[in-house]
Design a protein around this ligand. Structure first.
Ligand SMILES: Cc1cc2nc3c(=O)[nH]c(=O)nc-3n(C[C@H](O)[C@H](O)[C@H](O)COP(=O)(O)OP(=O)(O)OC[C@H]3O[C@@H](n4cnc5c(N)ncnc54)[C@H](O)[C@@H]3O)c2cc1C
Length: 458
C-alpha cells in the first residue's frame, strides 16, 4: 500500500459468506486479495461476530457450522481484510472507500461484489415509533452488540428470517409475546419438499421448531401487525389476521402490550454497486426484486466484475458460499486457465433451486401494502406520508422517478433503501407490478464530504 492507495489482483466488497468464500479460495490459489467491509469484523449478516473480547451464549442453528469453518479458513488465509471500510464509489478495477476517517482507493484487476441485502420494510401505522425495528436490525443489536432491546417483543413479517429473530430474542432473555407470519400455513407448506429434500435446510427447520417449542412460542400463520402505538415509544401493538393476499381483516384486530417490535417482510438485494458499474439487473419477485444478472459462472455483464450471494438474488448463506466459490473458480480460469469444477457449478444450481422453492412460498403478499393509512409515513428520511406520495404519483406519473421528484420520497440519507422497494406499490396502488430500477447516486453510502473531495485518483 502506498499512502491511501492499495493494490490487489482481486478486490472484494463484503466479508459475508459470499465474499469470504471467494476470498479464501482465491488467496489459496496465490492471488493477492483485499476484502473491504464496513462492519468491524468478518462474518456478514448471518455469521456476524460480537466485538472482539465480548461473549454471548447464543444457541446456533446447524447452518452456523459452515460459518465457523469458513471464518477459520478466512482468518488463516493470506487475504487482507480492511474492516470498517465503507465503499462509496466503484468503477471497473477501482473501489473508493472511507476508512479510519481517510479517503482511500483500492486498485484491482477484478472485482467481486458480495454486499448482501437489506430488510424489506412495509409501512404500517406507528412503524416509525422508537422500539419498532426491522427484524434484521433487532438481530444486529442482539447478535452483533449483545444489546437486550426490551422485555416483551412482537415479531412480525414473512419469510425464514423471522425464526432467527425469535430465537435471538429468546436467547437474550426477551419474552416473545407473539410471532406472526403473514403467509398462510398452506402456502408455506409448498416449501416443504424443498426443505425436506435438502439435508442442511431440513436440520435447520427442525432446530428452529425445537427452539420455539421449548420456549412455548407458537408461530401464528396468516397474522400480522396492523399498527403500533405508544407515548414516545412503542407500548401497544394491534395485530390481526390477513387474507390469502395479505389484506388486513380488520374485524379480527386485537391489542397486545409490547415494548419492542421486530418487523421483517423479507430481504431486498443490495445492487447499488453493480448498478453504478453498469451491470445488467433484472426483476425477480421471488428473489427479492431487482437482482444482478450473472452467467453460469457468476460473471456480470461488465467484464472483470463478478458477484456472490444476495446481490444476485436472495438465497441464504448456503447459496452465498457456493456462489463465492464459483466466482473464485471463474476468476482462476481467466487468470490461470484452470477448469471450473463441474461439482462447484452443480452445487450452486442445487442450492439456488432449493432456495427459490422455499422463497416462493413466502413471496411478498401485495395486500400488506394496505396496512398503511393516508397519514402513515412511507419515507422516514424525508417524512413523507402516504397521501403525499399518492398525490405525487397522481400529479407527476407513476414512475419511481416521478414519485421521488414529486414528493422527495427516497431522496434522504438512506437513498430509498428503506422506502424504495414499496414506494411505487404504495403510491400507485399497483401492487403486482415490477418496480422501476432505482437510479443510483454517488456517494453510494453516507460518507464525509471530505472523503469525496479528497478521493485518491489513479
Ligand atoms: C440484517 C440481516 C440479518 C440476517 N440474519 C440472518 C440470519 O440470522 N440467518 C440467515 O439464514 N440469514 C440471515 N440473513 C440473510 C443473510 O444476509 C444471508 O443469508 C447471507 O448472510 C448472505 O451472505 P452475503 O455474503 O450475500 O451477504 P452478507 O452476509 O449480508 O454480507 C455482506 C457484507 O457486505 C458488507 N457491505 C455491504 N455494502 C458495503 C459497502 N458499500 N462497503 C463496505 N461493506 C459493505 C456488509 O457490511 C456485510 O458484512 C440476514 C440478512 C440481513 C440483511
Amino acid at each position: 500500500m502506498s499512502g491511501n492507495v492499495l493494490d490487489a489482483d482481486v478486490g472484494i466488497v463484503g466479508a459475508g459468506p459470499g465474499g469470504m468464500a471467494a476470498a479464501a479460495a482465491l488467496a489459496a490459489a496465490g492471488l493477492r486479495v483485499v476484502v473491504l467491509d464496513e462492519a468491524p469484523r468478518a462474518g456478514g449478516q448471518i455469521f456476524r461476530q460480537l466485538p472482539e473480547g465480548a461473549h454471548a451464549h447464543l444457541a446456533e442453528p446447524p447452518s452456523h457450522d459452515a460459518g465457523h469453518v469458513l471464518l477459520t479458513a478466512f482468518a488463516q488465509s493470506r487475504v487482507q481484510l480492511v474492516s470498517g471500510a465503507t465503499v462509496w464509489d466503484v468503477r471497473p478495477g477501482r473501489l473508493w472507500f472511507e476508512h479510519d476517517g481517510a479517503s482511500k482507493l483500492l486498485r484491482c484487476q477484478r472485482i467481486v461484489l458480495a454486499p448482501g441485502a437489506y430488510d424489506r420494510c412495509i409501512p404500517f401505522p406507528g412503524w416509525t415509533l422508537p422500539g419498532v425495528l426491522t427484524a434484521g436490525a433487532l438481530q444486529v443489536m442482539v447478535r452483533g452488540f449483545g444489546v437486550v432491546p426490551g422485555q416483551r417483543a412482537l415479531v412480525v413479517g414473512s419469510g425464514p428470517l423471522l425464526l432467527p429473530t425469535v430465537t435471538a430474542l429468546l436467547a437474550a432473555g426477551v419474552k416473545v409475546v407473539a410471532a406472526l407470519e403473514a403467509s398462510s400455513r398452506w402456502r408455506a407448506l409448498r416449501a416443504l419438499p424443498a426443505v425436506l429434500g435438502n439435508g442442511t435446510r431440513a436440520r435447520e427447520a427442525f432446530w428452529y421448531a425445537r427452539q420455539l417449542l421449548r420456549a412455548g412460542v407458537r408461530l401464528q400463520w396468516g397474522w400480522t401487525v396492523f399498527g403500533c402505538e405508544g407515548d414516545g415509544r412503542v407500548q401497544r401493538a394491534t395485530i390481526g389476521k390477513v387474507d390469502a393476499n395479505g389484506r388486513p381483516r380488520r374485524d379480527t384486530a386485537r391489542t397486545i402490550d409490547v415494548d419492542v417490535v421486530g418487523a421483517g417482510f423479507g430481504l431486498v438485494p443490495s445492487i447499488e454497486l453493480g448498478l453504478r458499474l453498469g451491470c445488467r439487473a433484472q426483476w425477480n419477485a421471488v428473489r427479492g426484486g431487482h437482482c444482478l444478472v450473472v452467467d453460469g459462472e457468476q460473471r456480470t455483464s461488465v467484464a472483470g466484475v463478478f458477484v456472490a450471494g444476495e446481490i444476485a438474488g436472495i438465497g441464504g448463506s448456503a447459496v452465498a458460499i457456493a456462489e463465492g466459490e464459483l466466482a473464485a473458480a471463474a476468476i482462476l480460469r481467466e487468470v490461470k486457465g484452470t477448469a471450473v469444477p463441474s461439482a462447484v457449478v452443480q452445487r450452486v444450481q442445487r442450492e439456488r433451486r432449493a432456495a427459490d422453492a422455499m422463497l416462493a412460498a413466502f413471496a411478498p403478499l401485495p395486500g400488506l401494502h394496505e396496512l398503511a393509512q393516508p397519514d402513515t409515513i412511507v419515507c422516514r428520511c424525508e417524512d413523507v406520508p402516504l397521501a403525499r406520495a399518492q398525490a405525487a404519483a397522481a400529479l407527476h406519473g407513476d414512475s419511481l422517478r416521478a414519485i421521488k421528484v414529486g414528493c422527495r420520497a427516497g431522496m434522504g440519507p438512506c437513498q430509498a433503501r428503506i422506502c424504495g422497494p414499496s414506494l411505487q406499490a404504495l403510491a400507485c396502488g399497483q401492487h403486482y407490478r415490477a418496480m422501476d430500477l432505482p437510479v443510483v447516486q454517488v456517494p453510494l453510502k453516507v460518507v464525509r464530504s471530505a472523503t469525496i473531495v479528497d478521493a485518491p485518483t489513479g
